[in-house]
Design a protein around this ligand. Sequence first.
Ligand code: ADP
Ligand code: ADP
Length: 226
Amino acid sequence: MAGIVLRDLKKVYADGAEAVKGISLDIRDGEFIVLVGPSGCGKSTLLRMVAGLETVSDGEVRIGERLVNTVEPADRDIAMVFQNYALYPHMTVYDNLAYGLRNRKTPKAEIEARVGEAARMLEITPYLQRKPKALSGGQRQRVAMGRAIVRKPSVFLFDEPLSNLDARLRVTMRGEIKRLQKRLGTTSLYVTHDQLEAMTLADRLVVLNGGRIEQIGTPLEIYHEP
Ligand code: ADP
Ligand code: ADP
């Protein structure tokens, strides 16, 4: 478990686009932060800098005590869930879940235990031997979530994880994520366009605009101001 600290974080892309213009934020250990704001306001860029997938132009990202930019990708204690699932199509669900653990040389018995537990939590045990193409969209999204959970990371990063699902499934999966959050209490940063997702999931909402923080508050403070 770990909190996240952002200090005057900036991103200028090679073409000169200033995507993030100085963001400072303290995310508490176990807190669920939802990032909202219009398209192009810098949400994905911010998330990718926290993940260490994008270089930081200026400022700091700390996870726990560590500066993210000094940590090798394989050692980062972060798991990310994307909207396009990013599952390996040629692997079974079991192997998709086990992949990251095998890469980290986790003992086989430990892998089986963790995959089994995540599969039960997400109710995908019956599909462990299937390939992703034999799953529904909701089942695939559960596998993507499972792949993040088995790692037992200190931080979850979600980039619009439900936006490819139909409305009914989004409601179901929103509830699933809420349930997992209560159970696991993992520090999370979650990007969405969906106001209901934001209201349901957020401990605090961060509203971005033009690469800056426009507002921070609980869902009640943000959405029910007179
Ligand atoms: P959001 O996720 O809120 O839609 P992004 O972080 O994707 O916003 O983009 C923020 C700004 O940075 C936009 O103006 C976008 O065009 C620009 N941008 C994003 N990625 C790149 C890139 N790889 N190269 C140059 N500009 C980029
Ligand atoms: P090895 O690495 O020795 O080849 P694996 O542990 O990778 O064996 O498993 C081989 C296959 O069996 C994988 O495709 C995986 O889907 C399946 N498998 C392994 N362990 C389990 C398990 N506990 N539950 C369900 N399927 C499993």
